[in-house]
Design a protein around this ligand. Structure first.
Ligand code: HEC
Length: 448
């Protein structure tokens, strides 16, 4: 059974990698032909404007030529270094097909660089694509929620350092329900300018007191959803639901920043439930997995690697990967160790991602490549922390750092989204996946 799992993911990778570059290269125009209206505007529309437009958190709008032109040099810089758009999956390792992937291809990056080097010309106004009609950020995208949790407003002063922390509120729910869809909403323009990102959790009722008392043995929280301005969050698969127990409290993990005026930051969480009494076909889990086994011990001047392991008792489909570390984190990988009896153990590196504490990215696997794993698979999470002076995000290279819940402490685990499969469902999904891949391989061969 083990080799099935391995073969399935590998094969998918080759198919994806082989398909892209040749065609794209053939179409890349010569440098002097690259213009804003024809080549650059479509890229900005797809990958930048969700954040870079009026009323969103990014510092400037990148919609019209007049708005974009003064930023040309800076755009080239950020794009060539793959800092913008924020998308940190290592492009050379593992699965590369995701839902909502806004990252740029090598060809698109070359286009942007050529355009800037060539004086950033506007081109023919008739080539300009029609503006994108973005969904109103103040609207619910999930339909009318059955429950809205409003976190207490947080006062953000006109000036000051970035704020990180937690806000708690009670959950007003009289019975356990399965969440079908969930969305964080930042309801007003002013709040949207100061909320950089916010993660919400269903937590133990005593968590707040325990944290404040400095206790470490706090029962596990359940990760619900993430908000970052302009970015879509985790997508719950069809026919699936996440169990929200009525005894929980809610926590919002925030990153806020000052923008020159006093603003009360408002954040709401909307949920659509499955009907009462209905148990969805797939019960979705969201847990912190692969928690580092040894204590984090990150002395000044050192780069440290830690490992964590989580055993899957049942077969599963992994739908989302979200690395989690703090300021010193640099890189994290998810490896699957399959339950083979042969030696060496069969393993597969499914995803690696660079880490930037400013961005909590959720990578939602595309349906046709999401890992399908047999019971007995172990998820192995490998994390790297850098406490050297050379690491520019290091707040204090002279400090020893260990694990803990404060922002200045460190963490190392991944949030994985998955749902369990019975062994029969596993075999079925596997057969479906194989059929898809064989069909794709046949098409590839015909084209060669
Ligand atoms: C998910 C939201 C998001 C997306 C998508 C995004 N940006 Fe940004 N961008 C930001 C934020 C927030 C900042 C300010 C913080 C920072 O500098 O990292 C920023 C900063 C920048 C800066 C630096 C501005 C300065 O003050 O120097 C440039 C240039 C930039 N983005 C270009 C782009 C381009 C080009 C794209 C698309 C290819 C893009 N961004 C996509 C959110 C986003």
């Amino acid at each position: 059974m083990a080799h099935h799992g391995r073969g399935v993911v590998r094969f998918a990778l080759f198919a994806v990698l082989a398909a892209v570059p040749a065609a794209a290269l053939a179409q890349a125009p010569a440098a002097d032909e690259v213009t804003f209206t024809k080549d650059i505007a479509p890229i900005l529309q797809r990958s930048c404007q969700s954040c870079h437009r009026q009323g969103e958190m990014a510092p400037m709008s990148l919609v019209t030529y007049q708005e974009v032109r003064p930023w040309a040099r800076s755009i080239k810089n950020r794009v060539v270094n793959r800092e913008m758009p924020p998308w940190h999956i290592d492009k050379n390792i593992g699965i590369q097909k995701f839902k909502n992937d806004t990252s740029l291809s090598d060809e698109e990056i070359a286009l942007v660089a050529n355009w800037v080097d060539n004086g950033a010309p506007m081109g023919d106004p008739d080539d300009m694509p029609p503006p994108v009609d973005f969904a109103d950020s103040a609207e619910w995208q999930i339909g009318e929620p059955d429950l809205v949790v409003r976190f207490p407003a947080y006062p953000v002063p006109a000036e000051g350092p970035d704020l990180f922390g937690n806000i708690y509120t009670d959950l007003d729910l009289d019975e356990d329900r399965y969440i079908k869809a969930i969305q964080t909403r930042v309801p007003d323009d002013a709040s949207r300018r100061v909320v950089h990102h916010a993660l919400s959790f269903a937590v133990d009722p005593d968590e707040q007191q325990m944290r404040e008392a400095g206790e470490t043995d706090i029962p596990a929280a359940m990760f619900l959803v993430e908000y970052a301005s302009g970015k879509l969050s985790e997508i719950y698969p069809e026919n699936s639901g996440l169990l929200l127990e009525s005894w929980r409290r809610m926590r919002l993990d925030y990153h806020l920043h000052s923008v020159g005026e006093d603003i009360d930051a408002n954040v709401e969480l909307g949920m659509v439930f499955h009907p009462k009494g209905h148990v969805p076909e797939h019960i979705r889990w969201s847990k912190q997995l692969g928690q580092h086994v040894t204590d984090l011990d990150i002395p000044p001047g050192k780069v440290v690697r830690t490992d964590g392991y989580t055993y899957f008792h049942s077969a599963a489909r992994i739908t989302a990967f979200q690395p989690h570390m703090h300021a010193l984190g640099t890189y994290q990988c998810l490896e699957l160790i399959y339950p083979s009896t042969g030696t060496p153990a069969e393993t597969e590196l499914v995803s690696c991602a660079h880490w930037d504490y400013n961005w909590h990215m959720v990578y939602n696997y595309a349906d046709d490549v999401a890992p399908i794993i047999p019971a007995g698979t172990v998820a192995h999470v490998i994390s790297w922390h850098d406490n050297t002076e050379a690491f520019r995000a290091n707040p204090d290279p002279k400090n020893w750092t260990g694990n803990g819940g404060r922002t200045i402490d460190e963490m190392a685990f991944a949030w994985l989204g998955w749902y369990d499969l019975t062994d029969e469902q596993y075999e079925e999904e596997l057969a479906e996946r194989r059929a898809l891949q064989e069909a794709a391989a046949a098409t590839d061969q015909q084209q060669q």
